[in-house]
Structure formats: structure tokens, C-alpha cells
Design a protein around this ligand. Structure first.
Ligand code: TYD
Length: 239
């Protein structure tokens, strides 16, 4: 790993899975990935050994791949096992869920079974607020409360679908089905960039052939073998 020109400074924020630190440059931050895991809006808490190391590397590989394919992201460089430098964004408080196959909340909401392959991807939006449990919202709510502008949402929607094609291909070539996942975007110097992380914490990933779950559902559903599943994703992503 190359030595970084950025110097790590004070802690800015601690989230559920990551800690953000300032650097000597206000435009850049350090993202530190923890082993802490939560589910069901923080009701279930635990630790997944080595998750921070796996997720930092998985996310770095995926963000570099997306950048190479023309997607603008916040990622700058991985500087240690658990740390990466990213651009210091103003996060847009809209979580974008992309679904290719039914699982999780859409099954509960619509009373349908898991594993239905969708005719076209579904894009859903949630308001990013842990205390409210990230409620489901629609575009008119986003505009009425000015969470994002129509121009930003057009860009976010188009980009999320492009990312979906790229990630489905990336995981597919590595023997993994991309079921669903969450994306976040932020503003930086007049541009909208892909932010946060893309890891087995925020994606549903099923092994092709066996349909074995290789993601946080193993933690949510107490399926066991969570560390091994995350390691498997890391190894496949590094192929
Ligand atoms: P979803 O099925 O809406 O919710 P749940 O995980 O409660 O069943 O989640 C769809 C995908 O998005 C799933 O891979 C988990 C991810 N996600 C997050 O990472 N964070 C979130 O706050 C939400 C709502 C979803």
C-alpha cells in the first residue's frame, strides 16, 4: 500500500460500521472500517471478526472498478487494512436501494416470496435517518423537503442503473448473484459522487449454483459462518 500524503487528524463522526477522521486537507477524510455489526435499525448488535478489513478492501476494489468504468465516486485510496481516504462530501440524505431479485423488506411489504427474479431492476428511496429507521420515501417527498433536486435525482437514478449493470457483471463473473444493495451519494464541489461503501454489509450476495447467502443476512438471520462468507466475497472480488 503506497504511503499517503494525507495526515490523519481528529475524529469527526462515528457511525455504526465506520468512523470518519479529518485529514490535514479539509476536502479529504479517512474512513475507518470497524468490526461492529448492527441489523434491524440497530436493535441487533454484534461483532463480525475481521469485517472491517474485508469491507475496506472489498469496497476499495469495487470503487476502483466503478471509477475505471466512468462512475464518479468519493474514493481516493486505501491507506491501511482498515482505512481509506475519501473526498469529504455533503451526504444527500436519500438512500437508494436497487433490487434485481426479491428479498428482505420488499417481501415483507408486498407479501411475496424471496428469490423472484425481477423483470427490470427496482429503485427505491429511503430517508437517511437512523432514529426514524430510514423510512421509505418517494420523489415528491424528496423535492417537497429539498433532500435533493430533480436534477440530482435524475443523475442519481440514471447512475444507480448504470452501477447496477456494472456490478451485476462484476459479481456475476466472480460466481456471485447481486440480489439487492444500498447506494449513497454526496455533493462535492458542485458534483454528485457515489459515496459510502459497497460491501457485504449493504448488499445481498448469493453464491451462484448453491444460492448460499454471502452477506449480512447470515448475521440478521443467525445462519452462522458469517466470517467465512465475508472472506469468500473478498477472495472472489480479488480474482
Ligand atoms: P431491504 O430489503 O430494504 O431491507 P432489510 O435489509 O431490512 O431487509 O434492504 C435492501 C438492501 O439494501 C439490502 O442488501 C440491505 C441494504 N440496506 C442497507 O445496507 N442499509 C439500509 O439502511 C437499508 C434500508 C438497506
Amino acid at each position: 500500500m503506497a504511503t499517503s500524503k494525507f495526515e490523519k487528524k481528529e475524529q469527526l463522526y462515528e457511525g455504526k460500521a465506520k468512523v470518519l477522521f479529518a485529514t490535514d486537507d479539509p476536502d479529504y477524510v479517512v474512513q475507518y472500517f470497524k468490526d461492529d455489526a448492527t441489523a434491524f435499525d440497530g436493535e441487533k448488535k454484534g461483532t463480525i471478526n475481521n469485517k472491517g478489513v474485508v469491507n475496506n478492501t472489498v469496497s476499495a476494489v469495487i470503487f476502483k472498478y466503478l471509477e475505471g468504468e466512468g462512475i464518479k465516486t468519493h474514493f481516493v485510496e486505501q491507506i491501511s487494512e482498515r482505512e481509506s481516504i475519501t473526498k469529504h462530501l455533503e451526504i444527500i440524505p436519500v438512500e437508494v436501494i436497487v433490487r434485481n431479485i426479491t428479498a428482505g423488506s420488499i417481501c415483507r411489504r408486498l407479501g411475496i416470496k424471496e428469490g423472484i427474479v425481477l423483470k427490470q431492476p427496482i429503485l427505491e428511496y429511503c430517508y437517511k435517518d437512523d432514529d426514524l429507521g430510514d423510512p421509505f420515501i418517494c420523489e415528491s417527498i424528496i423535492y417537497a423537503f429539498e433532500y435533493a433536486t430533480p436534477e440530482e435525482m435524475k443523475y442519481i437514478g440514471d447512475t444507480a442503473l448504470k452501477i447496477n449493470d456494472l456490478l451485476s457483471k462484476f459479481f456475476g463473473e466472480r460466481g456471485i448473484t447481486l440480489v439487492d444493495y444500498k447506494l449513497e451519494f454526496g455533493r462535492f464541489k458542485g458534483e454528485v459522487l457515489l459515496a459510502d461503501e459497497i460491501t457485504p454489509d449493504g448488499c445481498r450476495l448469493w453464491e451462484k449454483g448453491t444460492n448460499e447467502k454471502l452477506d449480512k443476512d447470515r448475521f440478521r438471520q443467525d445462519l452462522g459462518g458469517i466470517e467465512e462468507a465475508y472472506e469468500k466475497v473478498l477472495n472472489k472480488v480479488m480474482e
